[in-house]
Design a protein around this ligand. Structure first.
Ligand SMILES: Cc1ncc(COP(=O)(O)O)c(C=O)c1O
Length: 386
């Protein structure tokens, strides 16, 4: 009855886990959940005010499918100033970040085409490639070298069917960055094999000591790169469902066809909130980032103190991705931690085979809960190791 396409896709492991956690919490259990992929802060008030004003002014109708011009101009300016991208208004379309990745894949992938991406990597790349009848090709990152993505490993997976490379920096779940040198090599590989690069930069504003760098700003990279980013993680706006894509004008025209036949456009009051976010400077981002940094600096040493646990210092995003030498698979460990220690973590295997043996702990949670969470994990492992 259902299409093969939809039957071939598994439900999101992370969403299923959150649902389970919620059920247990509803039963009154004192569960500490660190599975959230969203900031625990409220959307800054000036953004909410701008959206309310837009509603009061009657901005409740369709806009251009590309997005409102003022917002596209502000995005183009931001990409130019922050990421040195050679970007004009015509290079921008406004859409939710997740849809931007979905549509980029739909735009470039024919049945049987192979798409390379990081392993461990974000849970939706594989299913999105499958939905386009492409073949997911997760390529392992190297934990022992600090989660680097070695260009030679990428080269080793190129075939005549390879069509695109997705790179996510800072990365979910590892918090690692893809260095400028690696980016240069990825551009070389893409040029040699005429590949499209899809750069997922949704965590671009959450880079702690180093600088974020956009692959699309490298010489000769812009025309073959689709850069996606958005408001969710930087401005605590996950529920607003707004982000953007920057790409060549030809690509934007193609993606606009998909937008016209699916979403149509994003709500105008949501776009006005997003415009206020970009126009009001970065101080609200800086405040949230500083708090994430403090939590990271507190949490990672606590995790590393636990016998059998080791965690690289994440350079960006808001996840600790730590190794647990317990002999159990991540999924079993997640279940045991949930039911016995009342701590909800995301099993590393949800992010690909290279994530097995690891757990993801979001530090988008209060310092008090993070401290208590680390304590419960330590106590649980101590009992397990007896
Ligand atoms: C790596 C990565 N890319 C894209 C997205 C999608 O972002 P949004 O929820 O803003 O569509 C997420 C969200 O969790 C993510 O972690």
């Amino acid at each position: 009855m259902f299409s093969k396409r939809i039957r071939n896709v598994q439900p999101s492991g992370t969403v299923m886990l959150s649902n389970k956690v919620k059920r247990l919490m509803d039963q009154g259990l004192d569960i500490l959940s660190f599975t959230l992929g969203e900031p625990d802060f409220s959307t800054p008030p000036h953004i909410i005010e701008a959206a309310k004003e837009a509603l009061d002014r009657g901005m409740t109708h369709y806009t251009s499918s590309l997005g409102m011009t003022e917002l596209r101009e502000a995005i183009a300016r931001t990409e130019k100033q922050m990421n040195s991208m050679d970007c004009a208004t015509e290079n921008v379309i406004v859409l939710p970040t997740k849809m931007a990745i979905y549509m980029a894949i739909q735009t470039f992938i024919n049945p049987g085409d192979q798409v390379i991406y990081q392993n461990p990597g974000w849970v939706s790349y594989g299913p999105m490639i499958t939905l386009a009848k492409g073949t997911p090709v997760p390529v392992k990152m190297r934990y022992d070298s600090g989660w680097i993505w070695d260009p030679q490993d990428i080269r080793d997976h190129i075939t005549e069917k390879t069509r695109a490379i997705i790179l996510n920096t800072p990365s979910n779940p590892t918090g690692s960055l893809i260095s400028r040198d690696t980016q240069k090599e990825i551009v070389e590989i893409a040029t040699e094999h005429d590949l499209t690069i899809i750069a997922d930069e949704v965590y671009e504003n959450l880079v702690y000591e180093e600088e974020h760098s956009s692959i699309g700003s490298l010489p000769d990279a812009f025309e073959r790169t689709v850069t996606v980013s958005g408001f969710s993680k930087s401005y605590a706006m996950t529920g607003w469902r707004i982000g953007w894509m920057v790409a060549s004008k030809e690509t934007i025209k193609m993606v606009n066809k998909l937008q016209q036949h699916s979403l149509t456009c994003l709500p105008p009051f949501v776009q006005m909130g997003a415009l206020a976010a970009l126009e009001n400077g970065s101080s609200c981002i800086d405040d949230m980032k500083e708090e994430f940094r403090k939590r990271r600096d507190m949490l990672i040493p606590l995790l590393n103190e636990i016998d059998g646990v080791s965690c690289e210092m994440p350079k960006g995003a808001f996840y600790a991705f730590f190794k647990m030498d317990t002999g159990f698979k991540s999924m079993d460990m997640a279940e045991m931690l949930l039911y016995k220690a009342h701590v909800a973590l995301t099993p590393g295997s949800a992010f690909g085979s290279a994530g097995d043996g690891f757990m993801r702990m979001s530090y988008a949670a209060s310092r008090e809960n993070l401290r208590e969470g680390a304590k419960r994990i330590a106590e649980f492992i101590a009992v397990l190791r007896k």
